[in-house]
Design a protein around this ligand. Structure first.
Ligand code: NAP
Ligand code: GFB
Length: 333
């Protein structure tokens, strides 16, 4: 099906190079769900002539190691950075490993002020880091207004420190370092591991197994929690736009609208339909529901991009299911 036309084409896109300067964009976390989507959109034309995009993974440098981080930056010498690298997982992985998440997210940013000299850094927070007790819809001003949900406090507090550090870099060095706040992301190259992954890849993998074994699909929890899901390819286009055009230190939520929020049950039904599954669907209510909702406003994004079109949820689910089925052998699972 045709992809929504987004007027984020590179025609007229802000050229990031300074007079006579070159542009080298370092994308950490380049081998992951979001990183691979950024690679695709850059290859599909979002990159401008003369720009050098460098995608790295933990194989190039373990960013929890200060010496390896410094060596990477000295080798690449980026003018711009999209910082995606982190330990990432769904509710059940977060519940188990809050310290590991804290260390993984904090470490790259606590390696001295090696970023001074980089023209722009775009880091990545998440809508799950907002206060658990909050009014809705959530907006960018609420990040530090109270404790996050208990399931992922390690990840959430560490992500919040990125926002604090961005403000400090701006105040002390005048650096335009900013962050985006995506909602739940899904798409090709996701982590489909059932224990550690997020809900959509977990359900896709479970349906794949249920179809081949003729068993039921078990959805965890009650199915009543609500989520906004953003397709990785849409997020990737927005990341390139933020890198080029968004120049506030204040973070910006990148999410579909409140009206596109669905229940976990509805998300499961979309996977069942996309995978043409006709078996039984059961709910294991002994498993945690996690946060009931984290409804976020994309109003700030809409003031910048009123006409941006997100891929329809069911189409994005279908594309992700097709990718997983076609790439089952090499998919992370
Ligand atoms: P992902 O698929 O798990 O990819 C994580 C990436 O980070 C991989 O490239 C991984 O490299 C790299 N990485 C992990 N630990 C590293 C380390 N110690 N040193 C260097 N690289 C390391 O995650 P994702 O879903 O693309 O997430 C990307 C960013 O989006 C993260 O900052 C995450 O917090 C944020 N985010 C994700 C979601 C979501 O629903 N997925 C929602 C909101 C925000 P290897 O491949 O070598 O392991
Ligand atoms: O994507 P998810 O694991 O994380 O979604 P969160 C969890 C919700 O989906 C819970 C239900 O209500 C689960 O009960 N669920 C149903 C399932 N079936 C499944 C399944 O097979 N797998 C999984 N994983 N869930 C995360 C944060 O919260 O959001 C992370 O913990 C991260 O830090 C991520 O920020 C974006 O949306 O609840």
């Amino acid at each position: 099906q045709d992809r929504p036309s987004n007027h984020l084409s590179t025609r007229g896109a802000a050229n990031m190079s300074e007079p006579g300067g070159s542009v080298r964009v370092l994308v950490t976390g380049g081998s992951g769900l979001v990183g691979r989507a950024v690679q695709e959109v850059v290859a599909d034309g979002a990159g401008l002539p003369g720009e050098d995009w460098v995608f790295v993974s933990s194989k190039d440098a373990d960013l929890t190691d200060a010496a390896q981080t410094r060596a990477l930056f000295e080798k690449v010498r980026p003018t711009h950075v999209i910082h995606l690298a982190a330990m990432v997982g769904g509710l059940f992985r977060n519940i188990k490993y809050n310290l590991d998440f804290w260390v993984s997210v904090r470490a790259p940013c606590s390696t001295g002020n090696f970023l001074v000299g980089v023209r722009k850094v775009v880091s990545c927070l998440s809508t799950c880091i907002f206060p658990d007790k909050t009014t809705y819809p959530i907006d960018e001003t609420m990040i530090h207004n109270g404790p996050p949900h208990s399931s992922n406090f390690g990840y959430s507090y560490a992500k919040r420190m990125i926002d604090v550090q961005n403000r400090a870099y701006f105040q002390q060095h005048g650096c335009t370092f900013t962050a985006v706040i995506p909602t739940n992301v899904f798409g090709p190259h996701d982590n489909f591991n059932i224990e550690d992954g997020h809900v959509l890849p977990g359900l896709i993998h479970k349906v794949h197994l249920a179809k081949s074994s003729g068993s039921a699909l078990t959805v965890w929890g009650t199915g009543r929690p609500r989520r906004q899901f953003i397709y990785s390819r849409d997020l990737a286009r927005l990341f390139v736009w933020v890198l080029r055009e968004y120049n506030e230190v204040e973070p910006i939520i990148l999410s579909v609208g409140e009206e596109d929020e669905v229940s976990i049950q509805e998300a499961a039904e979309a996977v069942v339909e996309a995978m043409d599954f006709h078996g039984e669907v059961t709910f294991d209510t002994t498993k945690s529901d996690g946060q009931f909702k984290k409804t976020a406003s994309n109003g700030k994004l809409r003031t910048y991009l009123p006409n941006f079109q997100f891929t329809p949820f069911k189409q994005a689910v279908k594309e992700t299911c097709a990718w997983f089925t076609q790439n089952y052998e090499q998919a992370r699972k």
